[in-house]
Design a protein around this ligand. Structure first.
Ligand code: 572
Ligand code: ZN
Length: 375
């Protein structure tokens, strides 16, 4: 089920509040012609939805661009989620409470919040047990066809907005979303004190996985990628070792190099590339009895040395986004246990969203932030 928002464009009325008049939003519109990108990015003014009793309107401040936003812009969908009309982009977000619904108790106008973009729409067995990310009826802002958060004003469930302490910035608040993927992954595979950890891929998710693995007590972390420039950032962020892999190198050979550099096989592996070679490398590299998190997605069907994994009791653990991570992430940021600030390399105002998406697609920066507030 999706929440359908009205696509009424503001045309001007003397009854409108200023809030409605300036709700600049970044909307993906599927093009008529079969030419990539399959969507146009249109910066337009959308109606602000009034909050229900349990909702808030957030004056958005920072929204990070995720690889999936770019993928949807290019292809008009992701996996089996396909656009069925115009759709607002963006799901890594923070802002300030503008207005509260009648029954909202824990927030008030002026509070700074980080927003968890997905929530279950039914009380099924998964949401009841706390694993609400697995619910069969989910809203997730910016997963087609659900509208995303890249707007000047955005209405959301209040209980999925988390108050930020004064010492956590809006950008850090927006970065809690990718950070959550890493926290959920480290929890699921049980990264703990003394572990050797392998991170495959040094994009934004690989880099936050490195930071979270260290915060969870990993004794050493090796980050592997085919791009030397990204590995530089991994070193800056505290990777004990980095390994540049040549495209086409045999996964067994990469696994051998990983063991040599680490001084032993990794206890835990966080696979963030989504590639067949990455997953194969992860299986060969992980220590017998160890665990591997499948974080990157890529092609649905992959050829894997599954018997190799089974015979060595390497557990392959699936990851679907996250659940119950925002409170821990906020505490990790506020206490200084983790520092994500340097991941933000570029900033664009919301009016220049097209430039921001093109820049992200070019793969030059690490995390591109869109600033939604007027100066
Ligand atoms: O930050 C959440 C997020 N989730 C991603 C990708 C980027 N950002 N996922 C990968 C794509 N899936 S999917 O569409 N699918 C398996 C293709 O459900 C969701 C999780
Ligand atoms: Zn994302």
């Amino acid at each position: 089920m999706q929440v359908q928002l009205s696509w009424v464009q503001i045309t001007g009325s003397n009854k409108m509040t200023s809030l409605q008049q300036e709700n600049t939003s970044v909307v993906l519109h599927k093009r008529d012609r079969e030419e990539k990108p399959l969507c146009d990015i249109v910066v337009e003014n959308l109606k602000v939805r009034e909050p229900a009793d349990n909702e808030v309107i957030v004056r958005m401040n920072s929204v990070g661009i995720c690889g999936s936003d770019v993928h949807i812009w290019m292809t008009s969908g992701i996996g089996h989620f396909m656009m069925n009309g115009p759709m607002v982009a963006g799901h890594e977000a923070s802002g300030t409470i503008e207005k509260c619904g009648n029954k909202v108790k824990h927030l008030k106008p002026g509070d700074r919040v980080a927003i968890e973009p997905g929530y279950p729409l039914t009380e099924d067995e998964f949401s009841k047990s706390g694993r609400y990310n697995l619910s069969e009826d989910l809203f997730f802002g910016s997963a087609p066809p659900d509208n995303g958060l890249l707007q000047r004003y955005y209405t959301h469930r209040a209980d999925f907005c988390y108050k930020l302490p004064d010492n956590v910035s809006f950008e850090e608040g927006a970065l809690i979303e990718p950070l959550s993927v890493a926290i959920h992954s480290c929890r699921r595979v049980g990264v703990t004190l003394g572990h050797r950890v392998l991170v495959l891929g040094s994009g934004p998710i690989g880099l936050v996985s490195l930071l979270v693995a260290k915060a969870y007590g990993a004794a050493s972390v090796i980050v592997v990628d085919i791009l030397a420039s990204r590995l530089e950032k991994a070193k800056e962020l505290g990777a004990n070792f980095t390994l540049e892999v040549k495209a086409g190198e045999k996964p067994q050979e990469t696994a051998r190099k990983i063991k040599e550099l680490l001084g032993g096989m990794p206890d835990r592996t966080l696979e963030c590339t989504g590639s067949e070679a990455g997953l194969q490398t992860g299986i060969y590299a992980t220590k017998s009895g160890g665990r591997l998190a499948v974080i990157g997605v890529g092609e649905s069907n992959k050829t894997l040395p599954i018997v190799h994994a089974a015979m060595r009791e390497v557990d392959i653990i699936g990851i679907f986004r996250y659940c119950n991570t925002w409170p821990a992430a906020i505490n990790m940021l506020a206490s200084g246990q983790i520092d994500v600030k340097s991941l933000v390399t570029h900033r664009f105002p919301i009016e220049k969203a097209q430039e921001a998406f093109e820049f992200t697609r070019g793969g030059k920066g690490i995390k591109v932030m869109i600033k939604c507030e007027k100066d």
